[in-house]
Design a protein around this ligand. Structure first.
Ligand SMILES: [Zn+2]
Ligand SMILES: [Zn+2]
Length: 327
């Protein structure tokens, strides 16, 4: 099968012919694979768990190649990034997202920048009828991740104020999910194009976080930090109300952020982490997309041969929606 392979950190992916993956699990013919900023982190060498050569691509949709226990050949599916073992204390406690045994698509096992992937059956979520595979693929990360961040950690009530920091792949979907939950939304992003995208997505207020006149101005009940940047986390902590929470669901190679400890103590702020989503949340996120509650933006599509160019444009900040590869 054709695949785009990360052979050496910091270098373009190489188009190669690889054997179709064998072993346990279900073989899926990839119909769409989204490009995520995390792929850039992997290429840069910021993911120490990666074994080279490696096939990236963790936002995947496809077709089941042969009948499995519960799915018929040809069934269109979205592929969850990982499935928990189902038996450890994390899985039993509803946190399969942090299961130590989870093998992650595009990280621990070959990902979707290839013609085929082989994954555990419980990772496969049948598509609602008529759903574009590209939309389904990007939903497995760029919708599912903010879905969990907004619903699993804090109870939002109608009229809550939600601040979304970073109006990129995760943030634009976070805004739409927050609105569907009845929240009043504020979006913050230093880039004018991203602020424009946040306005188009329906944010009530859109701000530049570098505008110092805003200090403490929005009293957000919940801040969802999607930028993964040091500045983004500082802004989220500053803008959340006393007793409020900051949920971090994005990260970058930028690494460690100093935080204002006094501000966290004096205002009793909670800082939480959120990673991907559970199987149940994946089904809910796909339903929300099918109902039009969340509309992921597919900016452009291409084949494996376009992948390096698309990655460069993402790295250069020239992409506001998702780019999708159809291998
Ligand atoms: Zn991702
Ligand atoms: Zn487990």
């Amino acid at each position: 099968m054709r695949a785009a392979v990360l052979v050496e950190y910091g270098q373009p992916l190489e188009l190669r012919d690889l054997p179709v993956p064998t072993g346990p699990g279900v073989l899926v013919k990839v119909t769409a694979a989204g490009i995520c900023a995390t792929d850039l982190k992997c290429i840069a060498g910021a993911n120490p768990d990666l074994q080279l050569p490696s096939v990236l691509g963790h936002e995947v949709a496809g077709k089941v190649v042969a009948d499995s226990t519960v799915l018929r050949r040809g069934t269109e599916v979205a592929v969850q990034i990982s499935a928990g073992c189902g038996t450890c204390r994390h899985c039993a406690g509803g946190r399969e997202t942090v299961c130590h045994q989870a093998r992650r698509l595009g990280f621990d096992i070959g990902g979707g920048f290839a013609e085929y992937v082989r994954v555990a059956e419980q990772q496969l979520v049948p598509l609602p009828s008529g759903m574009d595979p590209a939309v389904a693929a990007v939903s497995m990360d760029s919708v599912l991740t903010p879905w969990r961040a907004l619903t699993a950690h804090r109870q939002l009530s109608a009229g809550s104020t939600v601040l979304v920091v970073g109006a990129g792949g995760l943030g634009l979907n976070a805004l739409q999910i927050a609105m569907s939950l009845g929240a009043w939304t504020v979006a913050a992003d230093p880039h004018p194009d991203s602020r424009q995208a946040a306005r188009s997505a329906g944010a009530e207020v859109v701000v530049d976080p570098n505008d110092k006149s805003l200090a403490g101005g929005y009293d957000a009940d919940l801040a969802v930090e999607c930028s993964g940047t040091v500045a983004g986390l500082a802004f989220a902590v500053e803008q959340v109300r006393p007793g409020g929470a900051v949920v971090c669901c994005g990260y970058t190679a930028e690494g460690t952020a100093p935080v204002d400890i006094a501000s966290i103590v004096r205002r009793e702020i909670q800082i939480l982490g959120s990673r991907g989503g559970t199987r149940e949340e994946a089904e809910m996120a796909l339903s929300a997309v099918a109902e039009g509650v969340v509309r992921p933006v597919i900016q452009r599509r291409g084949g494996l041969a376009d992948l390096n160019r698309f990655l460069t444009e993402l790295r250069d900040g020239r992409v506001s929606g998702r780019q999708v590869i159809h291998p």
